[in-house]
Design a protein around this ligand. Structure first.
Ligand code: BGC
Length: 704
């Protein structure tokens, strides 16, 4: 398509319409047809209100979408791009993104998103506002549920997988949108939409990494974030939206604002009028205005008055049209329905959910369950079919949901139930009859997601009441925790003999949990975020720098962090057990010293470890490789994840985990914002989680 020719023929108003997105829902289809006849908006977002993730949405029928599209194409010659928040599934939901990160299996996640894209495209959606790549270190923030956790490296791997899954290798699926650029996850105190303070050093070394990976994977769009960073709203930051995003990261798609964020510049106090807000945002590099119509209502006049040049508008229009062309919308603007492979979608959702389950403890091998054991289930979450899907599932087909109880019943006839909240009820005797008690606890999806931050992230007294009742029978107690965020379990963890952190696992929750509980597969999820012991420890994350005094409580149980509690989390980043035992062999490195020249020229050292399954259960183990830069011009994290290898190892067998360490892995962004490797000693750790302590040394030598 000759985009330049199209732009040449467009009026200024037509151009500004291409830079504007408004809402389409079932209720305004006719109105929209009339509007598009006159004004060809660039994009319609399928939504009925802001915070779409907190409600349900009735898709607009394909026929209607095509009718509106026909008007746009035949009357104006430019197709509309239909956008919608498709976050971790469309009809049949995968687990929440935080849980998907816990799989440590990007290949599987990519496959999952290919199906998600297929379902969304089938509903006429060609653009999703995902993945959310905000580094999240604060479980109080409701949107941690949408993130890939606290780690940049894991974030990068997930970003690549999700972007490629959504867009397809040839960009024929649906366009992805890396959001929220940037720093939204660092909102102070976990309060949604709040300010963030991020130094340029942290920005480049932590927050931008996953966005860079998304850009390198060809992400077509980026959404700017609501927050300000150190006094500058991102919506109006030329530094962030142009210099860093395009200049440093090399992004060449288009940027959309977050919901009404251009208008919010007034509330944030950096613009006085709508016109000023629109000029600030567009000049900063924000190409498309979501919902508030500030571009279309103000910029025509601003151009005529010489306040902004038409060239800036042309640049943004060019970016938008290029993406429409890349998606094939000019050639094939209409949506088509195809029969979907539903069983395959269920199967991949089940596998993702099963691989996301993190076994936190398993005393005396209480798990796996045996089919002839009588299991007494407690906790109303066991029957839930809605909250298990998690936040941001506006289009979920709840008839697809499998509750934990249903999943268990499908495996064994020996499932019974006790409702401890009804005194004197007829299920009371079940507790005494059973062999093991299974408590299913969790949080509602409505306390996770956008605008749903929580100051208290511990178990509630009602949940503790259920645990106390369960303990009364004196039987082994197994916990399944269905939470959208890592909660602080305090000493309650001691009440459980076995404990599985199951997140909000999506439509196949029940089947996946039953697969793991009954040992049809060993748990293999790993924590993508630190599990604090006390909520007062928040924020707590593994890749912090060492301090001058011995206060590194994350790693050192004796370190002094607080007068009243330990500084150590309950479980570290990367933690997770299996039903077997793995023995790690010696860490091998092919060169223990290398010149900086070789590193700068792309040479890598090879590191490997043999892992032996010494138990009697076939299982997957995720070997993790961390590095520590022992001396550098700026402080570097005590440990930084630089590789992981998830290996399926049969009982009694061995496999080798392999890692390559070079420029990318050893470098960091220094005080000048340059990515450098500094000579000196590095420790290369390989182990089960961030607490691993076996390492080999690598010396990077100066040239002289
Ligand atoms: C959210 C975005 C979302 C957008 C559109 C905003 O409120 O912050 O993540 O994509 O709404 O629904």
């Amino acid at each position: 398509m000759n985009i330049e020719k199209i732009i040449e023929k467009m009026t200024l108003r037509e151009k500004l319409l291409q830079l504007s997105q408004i809402m389409l829902s079932e209720s305004n289809v006719d109105e929209m047809k009339e509007l598009i006849e006159k004004d060809c908006y660039g994009s319609l977002i399928l939504a009925a209100f802001s915070t779409t993730g907190n409600g349900d949405f009735n898709s607009v029928e394909l026929e209607k979408l095509n009718e509106i599209q026909k008007i746009a194409v035949e009357k104006h010659g430019i197709p509309i791009i239909y956008g919608h928040d498709v976050i971790h599934g469309h009809k049949i939901n995968l687990p929440i993104p935080l849980a998907l990160a816990a799989t440590f299996n990007p290949k599987l996640v990519k496959k999952g998103y290919e199906y998600v894209a297929m379902e969304a495209k089938n509903d006429g959606i060609r653009w999703t506002f995902a993945p959310m790549l905000d580094i999240s270190r604060d479980p109080r923030w409701g949107r941690i549920v949408e993130s890939t956790g606290e780690d940049p490296y894991l974030g990068c791997k997930m970003a690549e997988a999700i972007v490629k899954g959504f867009q397809g290798e040839d960009n024929t699926n649906i366009a992805a949108c890396a959001k929220h650029y940037i720093g939204y996850g660092a909102s102070e105190g976990g309060r949604d939409y709040h300010k963030a303070e991020i130094s340029d050093y942290s920005l480049r070394n932590y927050y931008l990494r996953a966005f860079k990976a998304a850009v390198d994977s060809g992400v077509m769009t980026v959404m700017s974030s609501f927050n300000e960073i150190s006094g500058q709203p991102v919506t109006s930051s030329k530094y962030l939206l142009t210099d860093v995003l395009r200049g440093e990261l090399g992004f060449d798609g288009f940027v959309i604002s977050d919901w009404e964020a251009v208008k919010q510049l007034i509330r944030q106090g950096v613009a006085e009028t709508d016109e000023e807000a629109a000029i600030l945002a567009l000049s900063a590099g924000l190409d498309m205005d979501m919902i508030d119509n500030l571009y279309i209502d103000n910029l025509e006049k601003a151009v005529h008055n010489g306040k902004i040049s038409e060239e800036i508008i042309d640049i943004a229009v060019r970016r938008v049209l290029k993406i429409k062309d890349k998606l094939g919308l000019f050639d094939n603007p209409y949506a088509e329905y195809t029969e979907l492979p539903k069983q395959e979608i269920r199967d991949v959702a089940r596998k993702c959910a099963a691989e996301s389950l993190v076994l936190l403890k398993n005393d005396n091998n209480v798990l796996p369950l045996k089919k002839d054991e009588i299991i007494c289930v407690m906790g109303s979450m066991a029957f839930d079919t809605k909250n298990i899907i998690g936040s941001w599932a506006a289009d979920a087909d709840y008839s697809e949901s499998v509750s934990v109880y249903e999943g268990l019943e499908a495996k064994s006839e020996n499932i019974i139930h006790y409702n401890c909240h009804i005194p004197e009820n007829d299920t009371m005797r079940n507790l005494n009859q059973c062999d093991k008690v299974l408590i299913v606890l969790g949080e509602a999806k409505t306390v996770t997601g956008e605008a749903n931050s929580m100051a208290k992230t511990e178990l509630t007294s009602a949940q503790k009441f259920v645990i106390d009742r369960a303990k009364e029978a004196g039987k082994p107690v197994i916990g399944v925790l269905l939470f959208g965020r890592p909660i602080a379990l305090e000493n309650n963890v001691d009440y459980f003999d076995a404990l599985i952190y199951a997140w909000h696992p999506g439509a196949q929750a029940g089947n996946a949990i039953a697969d793991v509980l009954y040992g049809e597969m060993s748990p293999s999820g790993r924590l993508p975020v630190t599990l604090p012991k006390y909520s007062g420890q928040i924020p707590i994350y593994y890749n912090c720098p060492p301090s001058g005094r011995d206060v590194d409580g994350y790693y050192n149980p004796d370190a002094y962090n607080y007068c009243d509690v330990t500084g150590r989390p309950l479980y570290p980043f990367g933690y997770g057990l299996t039903y077997t035992t793995f023995e790690y062999g010696k860490i091998n490195i092919d060169e223990s010293s290398i010149s900086i020249d070789d590193i700068n020229n792309g040479k890598k050292v090879k590191v490997n470890v043999t892992i032996r399954n010494t138990g009697s259960f076939d299982a997957a183990e995720t070997a993790q490789c961390y590095i520590r830069d022992c001396k550098s011009s700026m402080t570097r994290p005590i440990k930084e994840l630089k590789g992981f290898d998830k290996l399926f190892v049969q009982a009694g067998e061995s496999k080798t985990a392999e890692f390559e360490i070079g420029f990318e892995e050893l470098g960091f962004y220094n005080s000048n914002g340059r990515f450098v490797v500094e000579p000196g000693e590095f420790k290369i750790y390989v182990g089960k989680d961030a607490w691993c302590d076996e390492y080999v040394s690598l010396r990077v030598n100066h040239l002289y």
